[in-house]
Write a protein that binds this ligand. Structure first.
Ligand code: SF4
Length: 413
């Protein structure tokens, strides 16, 4: 329950809102919505990024309009808090960049986003980067989300910012889960994939600290030709590290000229079989990303294991609604652009111009992605297209056509 203990007029350095009216909610200062500054310095980027799909009309400022009603909701909203990272540009320049991005999507706007996620009853809100620790408002945002009953997960990088004490502070703020990247079971493999010497060692060390603080751990792995042979050792390592969730992201290349590391259709099928078998024996949850056709694989297994009691058609009919592109996931980039996937460089609009619910429910991009009749090639005639639909990000990267058939699916409808 949120208790309003008083109205305060405060000098607010952290939230870069000078002399804003705030409400003290369980010790968290919340800038009032009416005092939120508008951001104009990224308008040009937004216009360029959204040109293909067009912005929803008739909205000058998201803050002036209450969120509309919505009929559907995402299952997960991920916000890229910053692109800045000391590994890319050194600590000094990363700090400058993070400060610039904190002005682009301000703390007040971040609080507004948390409010929207809360009112849409989104089951999971994920914060990622770059290095989120570079944003000076990270802890207040997590605290505010906890006060709004928003379950929040945070993906961290083992940079010099990540001291052991940070984990306890995050837990105290109400963080629900912490995530790390591990692309291999050994230091040479992971450090080679990430390009950061020492990052494997530091990640496994800090996971021990997370267990001390009883903060559940998620591991994210981008699976490609470079590490697909490492699946069994990874499963052993993650068992030893006692993680709660393994998020396996199948590589989506930047474009077809950078697709050498991407697994082919047979490779995807091979990994699906291994993940399915592993999911029956490991104690942690395994989740996939950019592998919508893993759902088709699971349905096929269900039909097979029913020993003739269920036909493939019956299994498909009873299948839960898919969470494919446009349905279950929303990615908000560091400029506030709302996208169906981190790996799909198309924007439905910006959170500073439109409520998130409006972009998710009504934007031409999200609406068209939910329309399976737009799919082409074998995905168009596939009986599981409403559950699967293929990775639109991969189809777009490989063909330039958002609705082309998934290039890495071995199934022939
Ligand atoms: S053909 Fe397309 S819709 Fe069917 S399983 Fe493969 S990727 Fe999914």
């Amino acid at each position: 329950m949120i208790t309003i203990t008083g109205l305060n007029r405060v000098e607010c350095d952290v939230y870069h809102v000078p002399l804003c009216y705030s409400v003290l909610l369980q010790g968290v200062f919340v800038p009032s919505i009416t005092s939120m500054p508008s951001s104009s310095n990224i308008a040009a980027d937004r216009a360029a990024g959204s040109a293909e799909w067009g912005l929803l009309p008739g909205r000058e400022s998201a803050q002036k309009k209450q969120p509309r009603g919505f009929q559907i909701r995402p299952l997960q909203v991920t916000w890229e808090m910053t692109k800045a990272c000391e590994w890319k540009s050194g600590p000094a320049r990363a700090t400058v960049r993070a400060a610039r991005e904190t002005q682009a999507v301000s703390t007040a706007e971040a609080f507004h986003l948390v409010d929207e996620v809360s009112s849409m009853h989104v089951p999971l809100f994920t914060l990622t980067g770059g290095d989120p620790l570079l944003r000076p408002d990270l802890f207040p945002i997590i605290e505010f989300a906890a006060a709004r009953s928003v379950r929040t997960s945070l993906t961290l990088l083992p940079t010099t910012m990540l001291e052991d004490s940070v984990i306890g502070e995050l837990k105290a703020c109400g963080l629900m889960r912490v995530g790390f990247w591990l692309h291999g079971s050994t230091a040479p493999l992971h450090d080679g994939c990430s390009g950061i010497p020492g990052s494997h060692r530091r990640t496994t060390e800090i996971i021990g600290k997370c267990h001390e603080e009883q903060l559940p751990v998620q591991i994210n792995t981008i699976l490609s030709r470079r590490n697909f042979h490492d699946l069994e050792p990874m499963l052993e390592l993650l068992t030893r590290l006692d993680v709660a969730l393994w998020n396996v992201i199948f590589l989506v290349p930047q474009d077809r000229n950078h697709a050498d590391d991407m697994l082919d259709a047979v490779g995807h099928e091979h990994i699906f079989a291994k993940l399915y078998q592993a999911s029956k024996r490991v104690h942690f949850q395994i989740k996939t990303a950019e592998a919508q056709h893993y759902q088709r694989y699971l349905l096929q297994q269900r039909a097979r294991e029913s020993r003739g009691k269920l036909t493939a058609e019956e299994v498909i009919t009873c299948a839960p609604k898919g969470t494919s592109d446009g349905k279950g996931f929303v990615f908000i980039d560091h400029k506030g652009d709302v996208r169906p996937s981190r790996y799909l460089p198309l924007s439905a609009g910006n959170i500073m111009d439109h409520p998130l619910s409006e972009l998710f429910c009504d934007s031409p991009l999200f609406v068209s992605l939910r329309d399976s009749s737009k799919l082409k090639g074998k995905c168009a005639r596939c009986p599981v297209r409403n559950v699967c639909g293929g990775s639109r990000a991969r189809a777009y990267a490989m063909t330039g056509d958002l609705f082309a058939a998934e290039p890495c699916c071995a199934y022939e409808p």
